[in-house]
Design a protein around this ligand. Structure first.
Ligand code: GDP
Length: 369
């Protein structure tokens, strides 16, 4: 083992020597805490949102994401008042494993979309934030040019609560963004776990971003995710990688041929693109517009509206489930008892069913009063 000296000149056996940093004042601005932020009235929020004021939109989303019960009522009122002004956007879900190029892709296609006259909002659902409190998607250095584009509003994933809770908040944020005049909404998620299903339940079109491997692209990708995709793009088709991307494209196209026709009546297409060089992006955007035009045709099957209606129904149940869960786990008696029950179940002194039943009885008794 190597020997290191720490800043006091003391020698110790560790590869991890920590240098003491320069001491800092407790807060940058010592008066900061004394300035109490004026909290806006619901009318002020509404006025700001409908005027497309991004600062106020952002504050309203913070309110929606807040777990404080006094924020909840006001947030719900804002959402309700935004509803008549919402719905007039296209909602696009984008997924892909870390490193597939999602943020590079969103940045490139996002700038292109705003040049076409759209206002774009980029939201995210990041399942990693639930456990680690960090995030895969939340890196501030991502999408640098998009951040400075005045027609773009970017919001990282809500971080607190269960995936269901995070997804519900994102879904509510969509409504606020639409009321603020954003007519294209991207919802990004990382291709691990359950978050694709959550995103799929709130978008009109789902795009799967892939990269070409050594012919084994199809392994490791869950059939369910392929089935959800309305469109697949093989990214990084540049720098000599074009042929491999083309091979991957045909593999995916062949695999999709084996699936039954989706309910939308639209056979998913597979594209190649380079988010860095911009090749293939206009074709992908045209493909998105074609899909939406097709699914909006009432004389076909009216899938677009049907899908949104069904999503509304789904979210009604999700909201109920979420509210019940919150009410249960935040109930004081449950909070006091649940750990003891957990230990009894772990020690095999109570069956899980009996424990659940007793806890539920405790809960129902406590809300009756
Ligand atoms: P994410 O994790 O899916 O958001 O992926 P990123 O957008 O952060 O990209 C991961 C890495 O792939 C970065 O180093 C990008 O520069 C690179 N990358 C993204 N898109 C392309 C592309 O079209 N071509 C090439 N050659 N590299 C790309």
């Amino acid at each position: 083992m190597e020997h290191f000296e720490d800043q006091h000149g003391k020698e110790h056996d560790s590869a991890l020597s920590v240098n003491r940093g320069v001491s800092q004042p407790p807060v940058v601005n010592p008066h900061f805490r004394r300035v109490k932020r004026h909290s806006l009235s619901t009318d002020e929020y509404m006025k700001g949102i409908l005027e497309g004021n991004i600062t106020i939109l952002s504050q309203a989303i913070t309110l929606v994401e807040s777990l404080r019960s006094d924020h909840y009522a006001q947030a719900q009122e804002i959402i309700e008042r935004c509803l008549p002004h919402s719905g007039r956007s296209i909602r696009i879900g984008i997924t892909g494993v870390p490193g597939a190029g999602k943020s590079t892709f969103i940045e490139a296609i996002g700038n292109m979309v705003t040049r076409l006259g759209h206002k774009l909002s980029v939201l995210a659902i990041d399942p990693s934030s639930e456990r680690s409190k960090g995030s895969i998607l939340g890196d501030k250095t991502r999408m640098e040019t998009l951040v400075h584009n005045p027609d773009v509003f970017i919001r990282p994933s809500p971080s607190a609560g269960s995936l269901g809770g995070v997804a519900r908040k994102t879904r509510e944020s969509i409504i606020l963004c639409e009321a603020a005049g954003f007519d294209v909404i991207f919802i990004e998620t990382v291709g691990v776990g359950q978050s694709e299903t959550a995103v799929h339940s709130m978008v009109d079109l789902f795009l799967l971003l892939q990269i070409a491997g050594a012919g084994d692209e199809l392994q490791g990708i869950k059939r369910g995710i392929m089935e959800m995709a309305d469109m697949i793009a093989i990214n990084k088709a540049d720098s000599g990688n074009e042929r491999r991307a083309e091979i991957a494209r045909s593999h995916f196209a062949n695999a999709l041929n084996l699936f039954p026709m989706p309910e939308s009546g639209w056979k998913p297409k597979v594209y190649t693109c380079s988010a860095v060089e911009g090749n293939g992006l206009p074709e992908i955007w045209n493909g998105i517009e074609d899909f939406l035009k097709f699914t909006k045709q009432i004389q076909k099957n009216g899938y677009f509206q049907h899908n949104r209606n069904r999503q509304n129904k789904y979210w009604m149940y999700e909201s109920i489930n979420e509210a019940l869960r919150e009410s249960f786990y935040r109930n004081e008696r449950i909070e006091n008892e649940i750990e003891r029950y957990e230990q009894l179940v772990l020690a095999n002194q109570k069956s899980s069913f009996v424990a659940a039943k007793e806890l539920l009885t405790l809960y129902f008794d406590s809300i009756k009063r």
